[in-house]
Design a protein around this ligand. Structure first.
Ligand code: ATP
Length: 475
């Protein structure tokens, strides 16, 4: 059992203070309460503290700006910051100012108790970071206020400054690439290169040379030495998107980078040092890929030292109003904050958004073109992606189904039909591709051959129109 410690709770909400008082004194600790940063500072100056739980919103000085003084006055006692409605910038700001953890309200008491125990047992306190938190460039903001996104912000903030590799998982369009960029932006490597790369778009032979470079004469056409991405991003971070699609031979080389911090360029014998933080992203179930022997278990183990899961939009529909406003203001829509009625938002919140935030962004942009500055109506929005199917009535022909779909779309969108082709493909391709790949028992190479296309093209299509069920990698 932890020896008795002195814990200061700084919050102006009596219920929170009361909750902590009970929880922590039941665990045998002494609990002090302060309802403002100023009062907390007085206490910190007057007696030794083992831990501070600090709210962000306080009546006078706010928690984040008081944090450095509080740490100084308490001789670097660990601080856990608490906030309602934190965004990523607040979470990162708290960690940079020296917080050891970050709790978003409302939190479960068990989670708070766990954070307290971890903080009390943690090693030497983190040093405050002098860097100002860089404000995210508009298009790189990770927007959300749902508890699930708050967890994501917390994880990003806690992991950003370390050099650990991070695995980001989540369905297509959930913001994995944005999360990876945010990790780099808030890390100590932020002034060094950040190179996102999706090996899936490259042919297998090119991937190795792209990642690790090659020496002159190592293959036909290699008429000069060429640096790979690992060298070009030296000191920075690399995002390996669609990591689940990486060929096994390259997986082995990547494992070497992770384990030994070195790699060898194609055609070279001398190993080179890698100073790159690896962030990987996937929408595939890598555990399943390990079972199917298309992904190395040791690599998965290595990559997922920290893993962040981005929740699908349908599980956090409370983020939809904020995201709509954000996308509207990004395109400069007039009165973005009031451009859409509550009842329309409620209808949009009921949709499944299989393409997640990307689908929502496209839908908002589509609706804004139709609405031309007036408030957005539900019929300005494209039809939801119905898991990608065209409904074929019993006995009906494919042509009849296509005709019904097309007529409906044409009448729904009287003024803007620029993305009609894309919507047709989104409605049909996921089913088409799923059945073709199922037919070849998951063998994408065979599926590509059957369709008379390059494997890379099929990969692109599968990425763009993901089938609803998983397929296995080519053999
Ligand atoms: N939380 C968010 N806030 C703002 N924009 C978002 C958010 N999540 C996603 N987006 C936007 O949605 C689009 C898709 O995001 P992103 O490319 O990061 O998704 P992804 O999960 O990497 O998708 P994929 O697996 O298909 O590569 C981008 O335009 C991105 O800006």
């Amino acid at each position: 059992m932890t020896p008795k410690r002195c814990i200061l709770v700084v919050d102006d909400e009596p219920t929170i203070c009361w909750g902590f008082q009970r929880l922590l004194s039941d665990a045998g600790h002494e609990v002090l309460i302060a309802s403002s940063a100023e009062a907390a500072l007085q206490i910190a100056h007057s007696r030794p503290l083992d831990l501070i739980l600090l709210d962000v919103r306080l009546p006078g000085e706010d928690g984040i700006s008081a944090l450095p003084q509080l740490r100084q006055a308490s001789h670097d006692a660990p601080v856990i910051v608490m906030t309602a409605f934190g965004d990523l910038e607040t979470a990162v700001g708290a960690v940079h100012a020296g917080a050891c953890d970050y709790l978003t309200k409302p939190f479960r008491l068990e989670d708070a108790a766990q954070a307290v125990e971890q903080a009390l047992h943690a090693g030497p306190p983190v040093q405050a970071d002098e860097r100002a938190t860089p404000a995210g460039a508009d298009a790189s903001l990770l927007v959300g206020k749902s508890p699930a996104m708050q967890q994501v912000f917390r994880q990003i903030a806690l992991v950003a400054d370390s050099d650990l590799s991070v695995l980001i998982t989540g369905e297509t369009g959930t913001g994995k690439e944005l999360a990876a960029a945010a990790i780099h932006r808030h890390s100590r490597r932020s002034d060094k290169p950040y190179l996102p790369i999706a090996p899936v778009t490259l042919s297998e032979t090119v991937i190795e040379s792209e990642l690790f470079g090659h020496v002159k004469g190592s293959f036909t056409g290699a008429d000069a030495d060429r640096k790979g991405l690992f060298e070009l991003s030296s000191g920075g971070s690399i995002l390996l998107d669609e990591i689940g699609e990486l060929p096994l031979a390259i997986q082995a080389k990547l494992l070497r980078v992770l384990e030994q911090g070195e790699f060898t360029a194609v055609g070279d014998v001398v190993p080179r040092k890698a100073n790159v933080r690896i962030i990987a992203a996937t929408n595939r179930d890598l555990e399943k890929a390990v079972q199917q022997e298309t992904f190395r278990e040791d690599l998965l183990y290595r990559l997922s030292a920290v893993s962040i899961r981005l929740p699908p939009l349908r599980h956090r529909s409370e983020d939809i109003p904020m995201l709509i406003e954000y996308f509207l203001s990004r395109i400069g829509y007039p009165s973005a904050a009031h451009a859409i009625d509550e009842s329309v938002i409620e209808e949009l919140q009921k949709r499944p958004w299989w393409g997640n935030v990307r689908e929502l962004r496209n839908a908002v942009e589509h609706a804004s073109v139709l609405a031309r500055g007036r408030p957005l109506r539900l019929d300005d929005f494209p039809e939801p992606r119905q898991g990608g199917t065209l409904e074929l009535a019993a006995g009906g022909s494919l042509a009849a189904a296509v005709a019904t779909w097309t007529q409906r779309e044409l009448s729904n969108a009287p003024t803007d039909l620029r993305d009609l082709n894309e919507r047709f493909l989104s409605a049909t391709m996921p089913t088409f591709l799923r059945l073709v790949v199922q037919h070849t028992e998951g063998n994408r190479a065979a599926a590509a051959e059957m369709l008379g296309m390059h494997r890379g093209t099929l990969r692109e299509w599968l990425k763009r129109y993901p089938p609803e069920t998983e397929t296995t990698e080519e053999t």
